[in-house]
Design a protein around this ligand. Structure first.
Ligand code: 8OZ
Length: 370
């Protein structure tokens, strides 16, 4: 029987266990450049089977929060190189989560103070995080977006391509395409945010088009074996909604089966919240999603996430329901989570007051076991 602690090869990436660190926004990179504190944070957690970075915007247009590290300047790429070197020196593996926020942004973060872009001009009932003129941070309502003209889409695909190339050149083992949590790709996927009438909106075939084009662009650039994707079929995060998510995400994973991706990362339920959260008329059938992907010939590792503890994760791996489990909050508070799980040792509790922003406190000062 397969155990959570067994190694696994996912595409080109050899993991030492089935335990991944989920992407976690921490807002500790002023100027959007990874710094020495960020290096220490990832290095401390390098015993994970795979580290997935916090969301890293592919362009300034894709940036929606202050102080998250980007992938689009020389300084940021050099900063990330220090992170990947440190993780590799510990024998770890790390992929960059490549991110475009779409409408979840604020004019003050956008190039030239312009409007954020989205599939459709529908303002999110959501907040973003900005820095005031006096240097203090505040949560602000997301700005009204403008709908992308279809002629702009090739340029955004090119931005994904460049970011994926930049990530690999900065030493990452691959990338995770952020298609979850109500950001740009998810805005194209789901009916509540996509009212387009062109080839990118309307039918589910049209709504999955942008996601599949991003995957193809990235896989063509860096290799499918270094490419993963994160989806969250029912999450209400960032005012995301879909009237009937099961057929939509089934079609998406069936299309993804054509690529020999490293992994598909599925957030089950409301991100960071209820696992049984429902959108549409029926509860989402997670096993059916995986079966559809396999039936279509998909070979990627199936990574699951959302509120797992050791017992749930072991059961998921041992039953074959998943190949990898990603843990978020437990990794914030336990840099040596894999060892603690192996030894069934007690876990440190994360402090949510220090999740976003600040310095070393609540970031690099959680103790490992002696
Ligand atoms: C928490 C705060 C800000 C951003 C996501 C990138 O939900 C995020 C995020 C999470 O995917």
């Amino acid at each position: 029987m397969t155990s959570l602690f067994d190694p696994i090869k996912i595409g080109d990436i050899a993991m030492t266990s089935r335990i991944a660190m989920a992407p976690l926004t921490r807002n500790r990179s002023p100027g959007a450049v990874p710094n020495t504190l960020n290096v220490a944070y990832y290095q401390q957690r390098a015993s994970a089977g795979l580290l997935i970075t916090e969301g890293t915007p592919i362009t300034q247009q894709g940036q929606g929060y202050a102080q998250v590290p980007g992938l689009y300047t020389r300084q940021a790429l050099d900063g990330w190189k220090n992170v990947t070197d440190a993780v590799h020196s510990e024998g770890g593996k790390i992929v960059a989560q490549i991110w475009h926020v779409g409408r979840i942004s604020h004019t003050s973060l956008q190039p030239g103070g312009g409007q954020p872009v989205a599939p459709s001009a529908i303002t999110a009932k959501s907040k973003t995080y900005i820095i005031n003129d006096d240097g203090t941070g505040t949560f602000a309502d997301t700005s009204e977006p403008r709908a992308l003209d279809i002629s702009e889409i090739p340029g955004i695909l090119e931005d994904y391509r460049k970011a994926a190339r930049g990530a690999v050149d900065a030493g990452f083992d691959g990338v995770e395409i952020h298609a979850a949590n109500g950001y740009l790709i998810d805005q194209f996927l789901r009916s509540g945010t996509n009212t387009r009438t062109d080839a990118y909106g309307g039918s589910i075939e049209n709504r999955v088009r942008f996601a599949v084009e991003v995957v193809k662009t990235v896989a063509d650039e860096i290799g499918a074996g270094r490419t993963g994707i994160r989806i969250s079929p029912v999450t209400p995060a960032n005012d995301a909604s879909d009237a009937d998510p099961q057929p939509l995400f089934t079609l998406l994973v069936e299309k993804l089966a054509a690529f020999k991706l490293a992994f598909i990362h599925v957030v089950e339920g409301a991100t960071g919240g209820a696992r049984d959260f429902q959108q549409g008329e029926k509860p989402f059938d997670w096993d059916a999603l995986r079966r559809s992907y396999r039936a279509a010939g998909g070979t990627a590792a199936w990574m699951v996430n959302n509120g797992y503890d050791l017992a749930m994760a072991s059961a998921a791996i041992e039953s074959g329901r998943a190949d990898i489990v990603a843990f978020g909050r437990p990794f914030i508070a336990n840099p040596d989570l894999v060892r603690r799980f192996k030894e069934d040792a007690p876990l440190n509790e994360p402090d949510k007051n220090t999740f976003y922003g600040g310095g070393a406190v609540g970031y690099t000062d959680y103790p490992a076991l002696a």
